[in-house]
Write a protein of this length. Structure first.
Length: 366
């Protein structure tokens, strides 16, 4: 069995990270095969998966299989720093660069020189920092906060996210050019509920690990308990499984984990109910809006609804034609032509410029 674990650290006791990863399920084996193919390269990798699915473990394994394995592996949670400090943390700062900067300090890029920098929760980076990160990736050099001197770096960047960056791009919260720079290779980590073949191997690993810490003997798991574990949905993924096993070992008797010893959360069920209620609420609102339109309008509704939808999507995407087209499932040309028809775009035929009609925001044609 291929088992990955994080280095021992007291901080992991309260971490939401997965501390172990296995590749027994067919989906996990396919991921491992892909990982082993791309690890030796220098390509940037975007690791996508829910919280607790083991993204950092996968990033560490890529590093260990690469030609940079003798260099440092530096893991940074992009959501752990305030917006005012994240630039100094990533790129470093000089003495006096800001209040409290009593000495010069290297940033995480410099710390990872010659090795791998893992940027977890990359979607949490402020837009201003995304611009600077893109420049660092392009130029392969950093400029510390408070300095004008560039410092060359030799770093492979691995990034991870638990959100759909495509949606963040459409909403104007993430730069499209940075997304493509990071997403040279994409690795999708399936949630634990979608790879049931990993549940029992992980369970046995955690039982052995925590039994040793607690000074227990050989703890067994009943067949009914195993079935309960496999059937559960694991909204918290591997980290939730670890917590469940830790708690279970504290209350089980006679070195045997029974079905009734397992205290599983109702969170997944509650999430499903809430999501269903939200979906039904949105559907009901839309139905009521249509009903009102049918009652008040004499005709021509299809075109009016289509135009209103396009306007709303265009504004939601901050007047970006490409993102609007992607959101609505249309081509860029169709979207642009319709925006001109409904008056959202005014085209200067002589110059070839496009101007958003409502507030005169300029959009240069591509």
């Amino acid at each position: 069995m291929q088992l990955l674990t994080l280095p021992a650290s007291p901080a992991l006791a309260t971490s939401i990270r997965a501390t172990a990863q296995v590749f027994e399920d067919p989906k996990s084996q396919a991921l491992l095969a892909h990982l082993q193919q791309v690890a030796p390269s220098e390509a940037s990798v975007l690791i996508i998966g829910e919280t607790g699915t083991g993204k950092e473990l996968v990033a560490r394994h890529i590093h260990n299989l690469s030609r940079r394995s003798s260099g440092p592996f530096v893991a940074v949670n992009c959501g752990a720093f305030s917006e005012s400090l994240v630039e100094a943390e990533l790129f470093g700062h000089e003495k006096g660069a800001f209040t409290g900067a009593l000495a010069a300090k290297a940033g995480w890029f410099e710390e990872a020189d010659g090795g791998t920098l893992f940027l977890d929760e990359i979607g949490d980076l402020p837009m201003a920092i995304q611009v600077k990160l893109l420049r660092v990736l392009q130029e392969r050099e950093v400029v510390r906060l408070g300095s004008r001197k560039s410092i060359p770096i030799n770093v492979r960047v691995l990034a991870a996210t638990n959100v759909l960056l495509e949606k963040a791009i459409n909403a104007g919260h993430f730069r499209e050019d940075l997304y493509y720079r990071l997403n040279v290779v994409s690795l999708q980590l399936h949630p634990l509920r979608e790879r049931p073949g990993d549940i029992l191997p992980l369970t046995r690993h955690f039982v052995r690990s925590y039994s040793g810490r607690l000074g227990y003997g050989d703890v067994q798991i009943s067949a009914a308990a195993e079935q309960k574990l496999v059937n559960y949905g694991w909204p918290g993924n591997i980290r939730e499984l670890e917590n469940v096993i830790h708690h279970t070992l504290l209350i089980c008797r006679d070195d045997l984990i029974r079905e009734e010893d397992l205290r599983l959360s109702n969170l997944r069920i509650e999430r499903q109910v809430e999501q269903q209620a939200e979906d039904e609420s949105a559907s009901a609102l839309l139905q009521r809006a249509f009903q009102r339109l049918f009652e008040e309008q004499a005709g021509g509704l299809h075109e009016k609804v289509e135009d209103a939808l396009l306007r709303a999507a265009y504004r939601f995407c901050h007047y970006n034609q490409v993102h609007t087209a992607s959101l609505l499932g249309l081509s860029r040309n169709v979207t642009r032509a319709r925006l001109i028809v409904i008056g959202e775009l005014v085209v200067n035929k002589r110059r070839g410029d496009e101007v958003q009609a409502g507030n005169r925001v300029l959009h240069l044609s591509i």
